[in-house]
Every structure is written in C-alpha cells, then in structure tokens.
Design a protein around this ligand. Structure first.
Ligand SMILES: [Zn+2]
Length: 203
C-alpha cells in the first residue's frame, strides 16, 4: 500500500506550492490553497489512443468538422457555427446568470431535430429539472434527464445511450471515485473534464 501523500493545490490556478501559504505564489490569490490527497501514478496514465505519427503541416488536409447548428444565433456564433461533433464546450458564468436555462433550450433544439439528448443534473433532482424544463416549454421525448454525480455511473449512461448531445450541469459537483479529493477541487474538475472529453471523442 503506497503512502498517502498530501499536497496543497491552488483552487484558482492549479499550482502546487510545497507548503501551505495564505497567498498563492503563482497567481497571488488569497486563501485558495486546499489540501488534496496526491493522485497515485496509475490514474495519471492514459491509454495510447491511436497509431498516429507526426506529419509535415503541408500534408495536413483541412476538413470541415461536422457540426450541429442549434438554431440559437448567439450560441451557434460563439461556437464558431454550431456544436462540433465529438467536442466539449465549457459554459461558465456567475450563479443565476441563466446557464441552466440556456442549456435546456439548447437540449430542446437538438432533441427536436430528432437527436437523442442526455441532460445530467448534478445539482438538482429529476423533478426539479422537469419543473424548470416545463417553465421553458422544454418537452421533447428525445430529451432524457438523470440526476447523478458519480462519473463512473455517468460514463455508463453515456456508453449505453450514446446520445448525440450530453450536458453535465454542473462539472463542479461531479467526482471520479478513484480520485480522493472532494468534488469541485482542481484535481476532480480537471480529471472529470478530461474523462468527459475523452468520452466525447470516442462515443
Ligand atoms: Zn494560484
């Protein structure tokens, strides 16, 4: 059994100073250092995905990646012309700004195009999400909702359902059981985001 190692991780910039400090030496934020259990080496390793080799840039053929045009002007514009298939986008913003409302409307648009959509709520129950959706007139039978925070379970749902579009609202509450740090910490958010990006590419 390897010894558990504690490290201090800045929740603002992700730096790891050797000891606890009131002020992060990297980004200068105060009280952002949190004790996290150091990640064991095995979970840091990723499987090698492809047999690709480096090639000269002149031989790279530009291809237009397939997109879903959502039909919400500003949303499509910010994404450069719609959602790129196999990609992940992070929607950020202050609490109460309307992220969940916007994303439910996006879900409705994509579901009404006939695509299966999965909305994973980590902060609200299925009933609460349903009530929010009702107020917005979101009611497509192609839109599936589930309340879950464990990334292993979320991975299973994604692999079984293979939705065209999936939402995790929000990443702050999701955790990977193999990582000993609390949900919302830099380690958890980074690992969960990386796993979700991997799944988006593969599924
Ligand atoms: Zn920092």
């Amino acid at each position: 059994m390897p010894k558990t190692k504690i490290e201090f991780v800045c929740q603002s910039c992700g730096s790891r100073p050797p000891k606890w400090l009131g002020k992060c030496p990297e980004c200068g934020e105060f009280n952002t250092l949190v004790e996290e259990i150091a990640r064991p080496e095995e979970t840091a390793r990723r499987p090698v995905l492809s047999e690709e080799r480096p090639i000269p840039i002149t031989e790279v053929q530009p291809v237009d990646r397939p997109r879903i045009v959502v039909g919400l002007g500003e949303f499509d514009r910010v994404l450069g012309g719609g959602l790129v298939i196999g990609s992940v986008a992070l929607i950020g913003g202050d609490p109460g700004i309307g992220k969940s409302t916007l994303i439910l409307q996006v879900c409705q648009r994509i579901a009404s195009l006939g695509h299966p959509v999965l909305y994973i709520s980590s902060e609200e129950s299925v009933i609460q999400t349903k009530l929010r959706a009702e107020r917005l007139g979101v009611n497509s039978p192609n839109l599936f909702i589930v309340s879950e925070t464990n990334l292993s379970v979320i991975r299973k749902y994604l692999e079984e359902m293979k939705p065209k579009f999936a939402v995790v609202d929000s990443i702050q509450m999701i955790y990977r059981p193999e990582i000993p740090s609390a949900p919302g910490t830099v380690s958890q958010v980074r690992e969960c985001a990386s796993e979700l990006t991997f799944l988006a590419k593969r599924l």
